[in-house]
Design a protein around this ligand. Sequence first.
Ligand code: ADP
Ligand code: MG
Length: 344
Amino acid sequence: MKLFPGLSVKVAVLLVLSVFLGGCGSEQGPVRLQGRAIGTTYSILVYGLPENLTSESLDRGVKQVVAGVNSAMSLFKPDSELSRFNACNETDWFPVSRELAEVVSTAKEVNRMTGGAFDITVAPLVNLWGFGPDKRPEIVPSEAEIKQASADVGSNLVEVRLDPPAIKKLKPGLTLDLAAIAKGYCVDAVSNWLESRGVSGFMVEIGGEIRTRGTKPGNVPWRIAVEKPVSMERSVQAVISLTDKAMATSGDYRNYFEVGGKRYSHIIDPTTGRPITHKLVSVSVIDATCSRADALATGLTVLGPEKGAAVARKYNLSVFFIAKTADGFAETATGNFPKHETLN
Ligand code: ADP
Ligand code: MG
C-alpha cells in the first residue's frame, strides 16, 4: 500500500543503490533487516550486535520506530497526526508529537536556506498535478487551477513550537506534504534508536536515503553508489565512502508523467506552481542528519544547477549535482563531498 504521495514509482526502484563494494568484510556476516516503511522499503545492515540484543529484538524495535513515524506523518492514513492536522480548519495551536514538530521545524529551516524552494506547504499543488493522495488522471492543470492551489502555499503560513510540541496554521486552508523529508526523518529515527541500544556499526537505508555509523569490520568504510540518473537502466555514476553521516538523493528521472512528449516531474517549484523543467537530474546531499539531507536534496533540485550550487556553497553544503548535457551528464561537487571514483 502506498502511504506517501509521490512515491509510487520510486517504491520499486531506489535512487541510490546501497551496494557493498569490495572491502575485506568479516567472517561473521552482518545482521540484515528488511521491510516496508512510509510507502517504500528499508534495508538495514548491522555489525557487532550488543549482547543484550538479538536480530529478532532488533527487527521488532525497528518496526516499532517505523510504525511511529507512519502514524505521525503519513498522508495516506486518515488518522495520522498529519492527516488530522490537514483536515482541521482551525488556526489555533494543534498539539502534535515531538517527531512531527521536529520535522516541521527542519522543513522550515530548509525552506529558509533554499529561499522558499523547499516548501512542505506545496501539498495543494502536488495534488493538483496528480502526485498526491487524491491521485488524478495525468493531465496538465489550467493556469486558473494553479493560481487557486497556490493561494494556500507558503511556509510562513505554518508555525511550529517544540515545547510543548505543536504546529499552527495561519490560514485555514493550509495543508502539509512531508513526502520530501519523511524518508530522511525515518532514517534518523531508526538510526537514533539503534544508537540508543548500543549498536555501533550500521547502515540504514529507506527508499534510497541513507545513514551510516561506524565502519564495517576491519575499519572498512561503508561505500555507497550513486545511481546513474536514467529511467531505463540501473547503473552506477559514482561511489563514495560514508562514515557517521547521512546522504539523500533527489532526482526527477523516475517519478513523472508525460503529456505530448513533455515530462512533468513530481517535484514542484513553489514559485511557479509547476513541475521543475531544468536539466538537473540528480542531487545528492551529505549532512549530519538524513532529514535535512533529504529536504535539501529536494530544495536544491528545485533551484536548479546554478542557483542550487550557489546555495550549496553559501552554506558550505556537501552536494553532488548531476545535470544532463547534450551528450551525457555533467557533474559538480561542492563542500566536502568526498572524492568519488566515477565508474563510467
Ligand atoms: P526526491 O527524492 O525526488 O526529492 P522526494 O520523495 O524526496 O523526491 O520528494 C518529492 C515529493 O515531495 C513529491 O512527490 C511531493 O509530494 C513533495 N514535493 C514536491 N515538490 C516539493 C517542494 N518544492 N518542496 C517540498 N516537497 C515537495
Ligand atoms: Mg527529498
